[in-house]
Design a protein around this ligand. Sequence first.
Ligand code: KIV
Ligand code: ZN
Length: 516
Amino acid sequence: MSTKDHLMIFDTTLRDGEQSPGASMTRDEKIRIAKALERLRVDVIEAGFPIASPGDFEAVKAVAAAVKDSRVCGLARALDADIDRAGEALKGANAGRIHTFIATSPIHMEKKLRMSPDQVLAQAVHAVKRARQFTDDVEFSPEDAGRSEIDFLCRILEAVIAAGARTVNIPDTVGYNIPDQFGSLIATLRERVPNADQAIFSVHCHNDLGLAVANSLAAVRNGARQVECTINGLGERAGNAALEEIVMAVRTRADLFDCATRLDTTQIMTCSRLVSTITGFPVQPNKAVVGINAFAHESGIHQDGVLKNRETYEIMRAQDVGWTENRMVLGKHSGRNAFRARLLELGITLNSEEELNAAFARFKDLADKKHEIFDEDLQALVTDATLETANERVKLVSLRVCSETGETPHAQLVLTVDGVEQTGSASGGGPVDATFKAIESIVKSDAVLRLYSVNAITSGTDAQGEVTVRLEKGGRVVNGQGADTDIVIASAKAYLNACNTILHPAERAHPQIADV
Ligand code: KIV
Ligand code: ZN
C-alpha cells in the first residue's frame, strides 16, 4: 500500500490550451480529446469557459455528458452570469466543478478591474458561495497570484475557503516566478492561511520564462496537491506547464516526492499526438517525453551503453509513456474483428458502427497501397474516418494533379457540395497550391490560409502524410486534418475538413474573440 499523497492532475488543454492563437477546437474535437484524457485518467478536465460563447457552452455541456471517470470543470469569472452559465453547462456531469477567478495583483486590481482589494475580496466570496449552489466542488483562483501581495493573498484565500472553496489555485498567470521563490510562496500560504487544511492547494504556471514545469514541481515539493497543466504544454502565450513532464518527473523522481499521480502514463503519447493533430501545433523533435527524439540515441557511446544496459542513458522507459515500436500490426488480409480488437488495445473507441465501418474501409484501402500498417497509421485512419462521418457538406470525389518540370502545376477535381457533384480546376505555384485554388473555385469560402503543415506519420517513402490546414475567416480560426499516402490528396482532405467547419454557421466562436 502506498503511503504517498494523491497528486491531482487538472488538465486545461481544452480551456487554457485552446487560448493558444490558432488552437481553437470544435465541440467534437473537444470530446475526442476529453475521452483520451479520461483514458489517461486525469482527475479533472477543464473543458472550457461556458460564458464565452454559445458554442463554448455547448462544448462544455457535451464534454460533461461524454466523460464519466474524470471530473469536468467549467471556468467562470467571479460574476453571477458566468457562474450560472457554468453551472448550467455542467448539469449533466457525473462530477462537475466550477472554477471561478478574480485578479488579486495590485496592477490587475488597479488598472484592469478598477476595484479596491476589499471589493475584490467581497466579490470572490460572493462568487464562491454562488458556485456552491450548483456544486460542492468549487475551485477559486486569485489571478496573477504570482505578482500579488502575500498578506492580501492570505486574506482572500482564508475568506474563500470559509465560503466553501475546496480547491485554491495559485496561478503564475504571467510566468514571472522562479522555482525556489514560488515553492516558498506555496509553503508560506499553507502555513499562514488559518484554514489551509480545509482546501487542496493547486498551482497553474505559465511558461514565459521556460519555468512552468520547474515552478509547478517546486510547488508540489512544498505541499501543492493539484497541478494544472496541458498536453504538450499548449496554452496562452508561451504555454502552460506540460502535463507529460510533470507526471513523468514525479514518477521518475519518486524518491523526492511524497505524492504520486494516478495516471495511466502509457496513454501519454496518444494524447500528445491527438492534441498536436487537432490543433496543428507540431511537437518539437527534442521536446521532453513526447518529442520524436526523446528516446533516440545518436552518439555511438550512448548507443553502446544502452545496448549493454538501457539505464546507462535512459531514465524512463519509452513504452511507459506509450511509445511503441513501429511494428506491423495488421495486413491486408486482417478482418474487421482483428481491426476492432487492435483499436481497443490502442485505447481507441469509436462512437458508432458507422464510424467503425468508415475506418475499416479506409484501412482496406490503405492496406492496398501500403504494405505495412503501423499503430500510428491506425490512429490517423480513425481521425480521418471520424472526420468523414461528421456533418460534412463538401466531399472529395476525385482529384487529378499534373506537376512537371518546367510546367505550371494544374489541378482538376470533382467535389460534392450538399450531395451535388461539381467540377473545378486551377493552376498554382505548386501542386498543393493548385489543389487549394481548385477547391476554392467551387467552395468560395473566402477564408485565408494561416497554416499548412505536413508530417510523415511513420518512416519510409510509403508513409502516410498527415496534413493540418488552418483557415481564418472574419476572426474565426479553424483547423482541418487529412491523412493519405499521397500528400496532395491528404492536403485536399485537410483543406476540405477545415472548409466544412468554416461553412458551418452553428460552430463556436474562439474564446479569444468572443465578446465576454
Ligand atoms: O493563467 C491564469 O491565471 C488562468 C486562470 C483563469 C487560472 O488561466
Ligand atoms: Zn492560465
